[in-house]
Design a protein around this ligand. Structure first.
Ligand SMILES: [Fe+2]
Ligand SMILES: [Fe+2]
Length: 409
């Protein structure tokens, strides 16, 4: 069992919190920000597990979950895609925290006084074999004074690594972190919201590019990247930072479709050869949208938009192009294998896989077995074999992502 090293006294805790704020400023996406906040909050009070639930309308949605007893925070696991939420009301610990904006310090959740309106829900413990004992539940308040999230820390570990009540002096430090964390979370959510708005714009044009489709492609790509980066021995914090960029950039893979006419995008039948040639230009238009940018996210978004239809064997499009700064760029040769940027090789598989298992206007969804057969058969031809093998090694996570981001209706 891995344990979180603690930050013992209040003074140390405060300087730790200040250092965390500096690190948080380097992160762009909500997932990486939440992950970091939870990890640092857990360090303050040696919490073995925890979660952050974000307020979405009148519910709290589990958005990040850590549990060192059940899984490593640095690993790839399906629990990160837990599709669960609780109402904001008096009856659950998190719901009560959000509704009343109150911090709860509970020494043993299985022995709560009967006078408390909320109860502990033992479902996760029963299912996983974990035993929750002490809980510290705090509201995260945004600049408008509203609760935007709840952070729950579980089982503070004592000297012998047994769960003990949370030390009262840790509450002040975690509260300080929580108060400032809400601004970072809102920044991350603003970036995600901006990306989703851009995607909604392309969804208006191309009905196949739905919000859930791009969220799935983003999440599949991030997890495949994580596995490949782990295998290449990259440092865990660098993996998390880049993983978040991959997720966001992958979501933007088809934004270049805004440059394609409705006559082609919404044509019910097969495209003519000329129309197909025009359609292929969405890769160039996408790259053009992110031109001249120095930001890491934009550079990756450009690589993915341009190259997500390249094939590993060099038979994809647009191939090597003359000058991507030019919206009328021309193909000047083929592009194959390792010359295709790695994030684009990953998105190529994630996008095709999702299209195969989804219902489209022209086809019913394929079964998982049929889709996996195609992916295996195309390893080394359409897809990078290393991407295929990373994808096949995380199928439980892929299934969890499918479960989390489903089409509406
Ligand atoms: Fe595309
Ligand atoms: Fe797509």
């Amino acid at each position: 069992m891995k344990t979180v090293p603690g930050v013992s006294c209040v003074h140390e805790g405060i300087s730790h919190v200040l250092a965390v704020f500096l690190k948080l400023r380097e992160l762009r996406g909500t997932d990486a920000i939440l992950d970091r906040i939870l990890l640092e909050a857990r360090k303050i009070c040696r919490a073995e597990a925890g979660s952050i639930l974000l307020v979405k309308e009148d519910r709290l949605v589990f958005s990040i979950v850590h549990n060192d007893f059940l899984f490593s925070a640095d690993g790839i696991n399906k629990h990160l895609y837990l599709n669960a939420s609780v109402p904001i009301d008096d009856f659950s610990i998190a719901g009560f925290t959000a509704k009343h904006s109150e911090t709860l310090l509970l020494d043993d959740v299985y022995a709560l006084p009967r006078s408390y309106p909320f109860k502990f829900n033992p479902a996760f413990d029963k299912q996983s074999g974990y035993h929750t004992r002490s809980v510290l539940s705090l509201p995260l308040i945004n600049f408008q004074g509203r609760v935007c999230a709840v952070i729950q820390l579980i089982n503070s570990l004592g000297q012998d690594n047994k769960a003990v009540p949370f030390p009262e002096d840790s509450v002040a430090c975690v509260s300080l972190l929580a108060n400032h964390a809400s601004a970072c979370i809102e920044n991350g959510m603003a970036t995600s919201e901006l990306i989703l708005r851009t995607i909604r714009m392309s969804e208006l044009r191309d009905p196949a590019e739905t919000g859930p489709h791009v969220q799935r492609v983003g999440a599949y790509s991030a997890e495949i990247y994580h596995r490949m980066a782990q295998e290449s021995g990259l440092d865990a914090s660098e993996i998390k930072r880049r993983k978040d960029l991959v997720r966001m950039a992958a979501m933007l893979h088809d934004v270049g479709k805004v440059g394609i006419s409705d006559v082609i995008l919404k044509k019910p039948g097969k495209l003519t050869e000329g129309e197909y040639e025009t359609m292929k230009r969405h890769t160039l238009y996408g790259a053009h949208l992110f031109r001249n940018s120095a930001s890491e996210l934009d550079v990756m978004a450009r690589e993915i938009a341009l190259n997500h239809h390249q094939r590993f064997d060099g038979k994809g499009y647009p191939g090597r192009v003359s000058n991507i700064e030019d919206v009328d760029a021309m193909t000047v040769g083929t592009m194959a294998g390792g010359d295709i940027p790695q994030p684009a090789r990953i998105v190529a598989l994630a996008d095709v896989f999702d299209a195969l298992i989804s219902k489209r206007a022209y086809k019913e969804p394929w079964t998982m077995g049929m889709a996996l057969d195609v992916i295996r058969k195309e390893s080394g031809q359409q897809f990078d074999p290393e991407v295929v093998s990373a994808f096949l090694s995380i199928l439980d996570v892929i299934e969890a992502i499918r479960g989390k981001y489903q089409e509406a209706g």
